[in-house]
Design a protein around this ligand. Structure first.
Ligand code: B12
Ligand code: SF4
Length: 459
């Protein structure tokens, strides 16, 4: 079949992110004998025109739409992307079959399929399910019998089966160089899954609770291709947690060191499971910045959010970063269940104490179906049974709701390293656009070191 792959993601903040999910589907689809073409809407000035032209020109038998983001998960200032997806489907609809999937789609597959009007949906990993669905369409089989396939008008579907073996993304149909130029990096994955249980988090729902590791030689070969064929010199590891399991992370770093790969990189890490030995190996392997998903500096809030670590782990891991001189950021989520003025101030105090290069903060926590936070939000009357979560709804602790933004603004502006995208503290879309004019490698928050003073609505 002739298949047109469309990446629907047009978000450019904090930077344009390469459509690695679609790239993972290229190999399995090509192996199944399909003829492929791709359309990446990230850089298209008129997406509907681009889709219409691509469909007219290529005449695909099916269009495969990747929906990575539903919205920007930012409160206040929330932006939903679903209207854009509805338009893409509408442009294709009379002319070809539409199949939608991706992480954003997989969070609420039945509702999204109904909302955007595509012909088929695929929940979670597409490497095996999508070729199976296409084969079923070709042979006139019953798609409802395929695990992971969602059909319009049906409330349920057979749950997807996790892939036994993770493959290597094939980036040949996409503009890797442009993402490196405008986003400062390429992306890569070493494993899938997260065994932890943070109450708001969808990652275990999307990738499963079991860790599935890629063979290290294959990851090294992929990096070599990125370097040799695409001129990549900076990588971001999209793993839920880079440093878990820690022995795999270390083994991988040692392999990178042996391979002498000329790249720098950064990744999300957990404040537990980071030792001097592992951090040393990471730096030797080219890591020049780490991001901690710390969420809070208050012991009470860490417990309430279901974090597996303590404030002391945040202290110790930050100390290691200072000792080895690596840039580090802590990501903070304010407003979770039990958040009060005191717990917010405790978080500011802990961040003052540990002195990261940057603190990146969200106010309010997006509520997703299937998470423990959804149950807490129902209990606390923040949402009602049957409420749709398609348009973003946020949990904000009733005890702080009215003053959260004022308090965070006041405190963040007193400090130089705090970035609060929702309140435009030390960041704005215009500022990110301007920074992208310069050839900056890696995460932009590393530039916080050069900031003169804190600003509201910079640029
Ligand atoms: C790493 C990551 C980031 C990094 C990206 C770094 C980089 N250079 O790539 C950073 C921190 C920058 C980031 C930013 C954002 N992110 Co993010 N991110 C992730 C994360 C952890 C992994 C994404 C990834 O690369 N996965 C690896 C690839 C291989 O998997 P995949 O894309 O899901 O593709 C597979 C399947 O989905 C499927 N598939 C994909 N497309 C299709 C299409 C079809 C038809 C089919 C059948 C199957 C299919 O098959 C693929 C292979 O198995 C996910 C959470 C998660 N665990 O999935 C969130 C996630 C994707 N992010 C999310 C969001 C919202 C954002 C931001 C908007 C947040 C913000 N305000 O900054 C920005 C947007 C950035 C942008 N420009 O788009 C949400 C999206 C859902 C939603 N709520 O809208 C997620 C799901 C997290 C969440 N909250 O649940 N992100
Ligand atoms: S926040 Fe991190 S550690 Fe917690 S469940 Fe999500 S991915 Fe796992």
């Amino acid at each position: 079949m002739k298949i047109l792959l469309i990446s629907a993601n047009r978000e450019r903040d904090p930077y344009p992110v390469f459509p690695i999910g679609l790239a993972c589907l290229v190999g399995p689809l090509a192996a199944a004998g399909h003829l492929l073409n791709a359309l990446d809407l990230c850089f298209e000035p008129d997406p509907n025109f681009a889709v219409s032209s691509a469909v007219a020109e290529f005449q695909p038998d099916a269009v495969v739409i990747s929906l990575r983001n539903l919205d920007n998960v930012t409160w206040p200032g929330s932006r939903s992307y679903l209207d854009g997806v509805r338009d893409i489907v509408a442009v294709c609809h009379a002319r070809t079959v539409t199949i939608i999937g991706g992480s954003g789609f997989s969070l609420m597959p039945v509702e999204i399929l109904a909302s955007v009007g595509a012909d088929y949906g695929v929940m979670a990993e597409g490497e095996e399910t999508l070729p199976r669905l296409l084969a079923c369409l070709e042979s006139g089989g019953d798609a409802a019998q395929l695990p992971g396939v969602v059909l319009p008008g049906r409330a349920g579907f057979i749950p997807p089966l996790p892939l036994a073996t993770l493959g290597t993304p094939d980036r040949t149909l996409f503009d890797v160089a442009r993402y490196c130029r405008e986003g400062g990096m390429a992306n890569i994955q070493t494993k899938r899954g997260c065994p932890f249980g943070c109450i708001y988090c969808t990652y275990p729902l999307l990738e499963g609770r079991c860790m599935r590791l890629r063979p290290i030689p294959e990851i090294i070969a992929e990096i070599r291709t990125l370097v040799d064929d695409y001129g990549v010199n900076y990588l971001y590891f999209v793993d839920d947690i880079f440093n878990y399991p820690p022995d795999f992370a270390e083994e991988f770093c040692r392999a990178m060191i042996v391979a002498r790969l000329p790249v720098n990189w950064s990744a999300f890490i957990n404040p537990d499971f980071i030792t001097l030995r592992l951090l040393q190996a990471m730096l030797e392997a080219g890591c020049d910045a780490v991001e901690f998903g710390s969420d809070s500096g208050s012991s009470r809030m860490l417990k309430s959010l279901g974090k597996s670590f303590t404030a002391d782990s945040i202290r110790e891991s930050s100390r290691l970063c200072h000792e080895l001189g690596v840039d580090f950021a802590h990501y903070i989520l304010f407003g979770g269940p039990g958040e009060t003025r005191e717990t917010v101030l405790e978080t500011f105090a802990l961040m003052d104490e540990v002195g990261p290069t940057a603190v990146i903060t969200m106010t309010g926590i997006r509520i997703y179906p299937g998470t423990a936070l959804e149950q807490v939000a129902l209990r606390d009357g923040i949402i009602a049974a049957g409420d749709s979560l398609l348009e973003p709804l946020f949990y904000i602790s009733p005890a702080i709701r009215d003053e959260l933004c004022t308090l965070v603004t006041q405190e963040a502006l007193k400090r130089r390293s705090w970035i609060v995208p929702s309140l435009e503290i030390n960041v704005s879309s215009a500022m990110l656009d301007a920074l992208r004019m310069f050839p900056v490698k890696g995460p932009l928050w590393k530039l916080m070191k050069r900031l003169g003073r804190s600003r509201l609505h910079p640029m």
